[in-house]
Design a protein. Structure first.
Lengths: 267, 270
């Protein structure tokens, strides 16, 4: 079962802490949203978890192995990160080779089979000989997923991924992630509260600290907290509040569908 | 077209050759052309082989001829430099360091003939293989050198990544130019100095963007377990079939033919 344990970590790039006394634990097939505005430290946090930045204060354990004294390659093998800009992440001019990059580094068996399966699952098998940079926006994102899927990680981190796609494209990608990694832990790093709705746990970061950790229903409806973090509440929550100020009493809700339902059933 | 001929998609036997074998074939043919240079029968052999290779590849000769026409000044300069500066014991006239002789003229002709033949042969290679295929072929062919601690894999990875980034940086460069124009900048001017100066505001953001992308790429590579080529399990694949065997036999026969011709005519090239 995948697990992450972040124990009282702090990190600085030189002047002032960008991560300050952060602790949280997660295990199993959790869907976690790390929510925070620009500069809140969310990208730094995932880089620390993956051992991409050196941790000096506190400890992080992935599947029980500490990033401080563990074999960092074995830890990374369990984690797959998709960064924001797919164009900056392709390492080979041929999609097939790019997909094989992770398994080759981790010395995994049956690389050709892994590549084939990953490209088939992401619907890119026909494009396997193409140059990744010539793919469409959605295809590039799927190529990124194929690249990490080939190493079969147990923890997936999406760092502001899919933001270059339209709403429909993002929805499609989220469905694909949920289908492929239904038994894995998926951590979504985002600055959009609407993106965090589908998670089953929201960790709200502000100034390098965790200021809230709970279900979307509790965190994403707390205006004061969201304001402190510089995050806009989800659209449906804002509409509900506006309606409430005009005397309409609606039940607590998060999504547009719930709002539609509430208005439909309003007496 | 570019200097060595752009890739022309096709289904010829040369297009279908394994990347490593294709590189080896062309290397052997290059060697044969070099051996066959300097005497008439050698040029006849090289030219016949070249025409045959063009035909086999289904690549048109016209663009290559057009390329030579574009570089006529360069070719003429090479010829004249050799015709007028080649030392000779039988000069028509000689003044200071200038010596005009039949030997010089012949040497100049040999030089431009060799340049044209080798360039034309290179253009068949670049027309039948994408840069990626050429890099892949080179990596496979040069792989044995990695046992001598020569960083062949690192070099091929760097070339591969550089090739991958060409379209991204080209499109970014285009966006930078467009955004500069949208804000009233008009890159260019009549003077070379003005043109050069107008490129600075465009080059800076492009460099910054290239560095940012390099940083992001480094993080992405590390996140996917990259710790240097040493730890990588990369397969060297060679698809060696009947086509590959025939092509190698053909190339070797041409090389042997060139050596034999040179021996028969007892040619000593200076």
């Amino acid at each position: 079962m995948p697990s992450i344990s972040v124990e009282n970590i702090s990190f600085s790039y030189g002047r002032g802490d960008v991560i300050s006394s952060v602790s949280f634990c997660a295990e199993g097939a959790a869907r976690i949203a790390l929510l925070g505005s620009n500069g809140s430290g969310k990208s730094t946090l995932i880089k620390l978890i993956d051992g991409l930045l050196p941790l000096k204060r506190g400890d992080i354990k992935v599947n029980g192995c500490s990033v401080k004294d563990g074999d960092i390659r074995r830890i990374r093998e369990k984690i797959g990160i998709v960064f924001q800009d797919p164009d900056s992440q392709f390492v080979s001019p041929v999609l097939e080779e790019d997909t094989a990059f992770g398994p080759e580094n981790y010395d995994l068996p049956d690389i050709a089979e892994r590549v084939r399966k990953s490209l088939e699952l992401t619907g890119l098998y026909e494009a396997r000989k193409r140059m990744p940079q010539t793919l469409s926006g959605g295809e590039k994102e799927r190529a990124q997923l194929a690249g990490i899927l080939a190493s079969e990680p147990e923890i997936i981190m999406l760092d502001e991924s899919f933001t270059m796609l339209d709403e429909e494209g993002r929805k499609e990608m989220r469905t694909l992630v949920d289908t492929i990694w239904k038994d894995s832990m998926v951590i979504t790093i985002t600055h959009s509260a609407d993106e965090a709705i589908s998670a089953d746990r929201v960790i709200l970061l502000s100034g390098g600290r965790i200021i809230a950790d709970g279900t979307p229903e509790t965190v994403l409806t707390d205006y004061k907290l969201l304001e402190e973090a510089g995050i806009k509440a989800p659209l449906a929550v804002r509409l509900r509040k506006a309606l409430e100020e005009r005397g309409f009493k609606l039940p607590p809700l998060l999504t547009a569908e719930e709002l539609k339902e509430a208005i439909w059933n309003y007496h | 077209m570019n200097l060595l001929g752009a890739y022309t998609p096709g289904s010829s036997s040369i297009h279908k050759l394994d990347n490593a074998v294709r590189i080896t074939d062309f290397a052997i043919l290059f060697a044969a052309f070099v051996v066959a240079s300097g005497f008439v029968w050698g040029y006849i052999l090289s030219l016949s082989v070249l025409l045959f290779v063009f035909r086999m590849a289904g690549v048109p000769i016209k663009p290559v001829a057009a390329m030579f026409w574009r570089f006529r000044v360069f070719l003429l300069t090479v010829f004249l430099m050799n015709a007028f500066f080649q030392p000779s014991e039988r000069p028509y006239f000689s003044f200071w360091i200038v010596t005009f002789s039949l030997d010089g003229v012949l040497f100049g002709l040999r030089m431009i003939m060799s340049i044209m033949l080798l360039t034309a042969l290179s253009s068949v290679l670049t027309a039948t293989a994408t840069p990626v295929e050429i890099t892949d072929g080179l990596r496979t062919v040069l792989h044995p050198l990695s046992f001598l601690k020569i960083p062949v894999d690192e070099a091929s990875s760097i070339i591969s990544i550089a090739i991958s980034f060409i379209p991204v940086l080209a499109s970014e460069g285009e966006s930078i130019i467009l955004s500069a124009r949208a804000r009233g900048a008009l890159p260019g001017g009549r003077k070379i100095k003005d043109r050069a100066l107008s490129l600075i505001p465009l080059a800076l953001p492009l460099f910054l963007s290239a560095f940012r992308r390099a940083d992001e790429l480094a993080s992405a590579m590390e996140a996917r377990g990259y710790t240097g080529e040493k730890g990588r399990k990369r397969k060297i694949r060679i698809a060696f079939g009947r086509r590959e065997s025939l092509s190698l036999v053909f190339s070797l026969l041409i090389l042997l033919g060139a050596i034999a011709l040179k021996g028969v005519f007892n040619v000593h090239t200076s």
